[in-house]
Ligand binder design. Structure first.
Ligand code: SAM
Length: 192
């Protein structure tokens, strides 16, 4: 089953030297919890994009990552709801309820979740549909993103589809149980 909503994430002001792991984890969290694409701004980073592609090659699906020169343009032109995560924003429960109501009225409405890096400019606050906090204390953009994705996507829909994986995990409370798609493994060996 796919996520019931159309969710994209924008990571602002990526700095390869400081943010590589954090930005990679933002992309992997988005992919794992039902998002379809991550945009990032700041500095173009092939190694960030390669890390995401490697995970996709192993675990399947059609997730995308794309560098953006002008993130504000994306936010201004977004034809749906844009949610900027910030510790200064409105209360989580109110913002999620309001957004979910809009999505229940129109489940095709695209959602853009914006996570900051260093120094988020005031225009991001201005042009986002809503500025939303996950508690009014400073913490992690990955944690804030995961909480909001979980609140937006109903827990019974936490079964996402990742077509054509090389590896698939069979949930097991006692240890690692992994299925290998030998056809895909052979193909990736041939292309090495
Ligand atoms: N000021 C730090 C710096 O210069 O590197 C970065 C701030 S913080 C770690 C980065 C992002 O995490 C914020 O822009 C916001 O998107 C998210 N964040 C942190 N605390 C949050 C909270 N309480 N609620 C929602 N988002 C939060």
């Amino acid at each position: 089953m796919k996520s019931q909503f159309d969710i994209t994430v924008l990571r602002l002001n990526h700095r390869p030297s400081r943010d590589k792991r954090v930005s990679t984890h933002i992309a992997l969290t988005t992919r794992a919890i039902g998002g379809k694409k991550v945009y990032y701004s700041g500095h173009y980073d092939t190694s960030l994009e390669q890390s995401v592609e490697r995970v996709k090659g192993t675990w399947g699906g059609s997730f995308e990552i794309e560098f953006l020169e002008k993130p504000l343009k994306l936010i201004k032109n977004w034809k749906g709801v844009s949610i900027h995560l910030t510790m200064y924003g409105s209360k989580l429960s109110e913002g999620v309820q309001e957004t979910k109501q809009r999505l229940l009225d129109d489940p095709t409405l695209p959602v853009l979740i914006i996570v900051g890096g260093a120094k988020v400019p005031p225009e991001i606050f201005e042009y986002s549909t809503i500025n939303l906090s996950v508690g009014n204390q400073p913490h992690s953009e990955i944690a804030a993103l995961a909480v909001v994705l979980d609140r937006l996507i109903d827990s019974e829909n936490w079964e996402f589809d990742f077509p054509e994986p090389r590896l698939t995990i069979i949930p097991d409370s006692r240890g690692k149980n992994v299925l290998e798609n030998t056809e895909k493994s052979e193909k990736s060996k041939e292309s090495e």
